[in-house]
Design a protein. Sequence first.
Length: 255
Amino acid sequence: MTANSYRAISLATVGAALLVWITASFAGALDPNKFPPVQALWVALTDLVNNGYSGRSFHAQILASVGRALTGFALAVMIGIPVGIWVGRSRLFDAIVSPFLTFMRPIPPIALVPLFTFYFGIGEVSKVSLIFLTAFLYLVVNTAAGVKGVPEDLILASQSLGLTNRQIFFRVIIPAASAQILTGMRISMTLSWTLVVAAELIAAQVGLGFLIMDATTFFRIPYVFIGIITIGLIGLALEGILLALETRLLHWRGK
């Protein structure tokens, strides 16, 4: 089967699931207090678009969450990739930082919320810092793994051809490790977006995470579903952007 065939199967599966949901909604088979029908979601979405939520427009709620996630992710990329390269190239630096990386990675980010609130307050710094730390850890590990995975024979061959250390780094090591680095970016972007809800537990007054938590408190279940669906759709879009970037930069992979 071709790639288009598998894509068609995926779309058909999603379409079938939506059809079942729509059919059950109009048949009155869904309990609106547990799984809202399509009609209730449409009413909630219309209200959010027209009137916003808690004094903020719906697009302001979305932009607040996207801004936090992208800021934390961008900082992680700028700092995490160079650190990961350094870890991959220096056994001494690897020995120094690896114990801390290994210790921090299994800790659920939400467990750090009280500490981040204590150290950074309840403003944007605490939220962005929580997202940054988690994305940073995974970027460092994946980048270091990519650099360490460059075959030594490839480096020796480059040296025998007379390439300088700088040329070897930019023309051999970075291209060879780029697949792993970009995979790390995709994972980190997913984690950054996933952590928006956890980060917005820190006394947020705007954002999709705040919307979901507040709507849950007041049992406004359709609004909760709208928030969750919006997070999922934006996550798909961000993943698609990075996947397209990866495909463009690594066009040679698999050929």
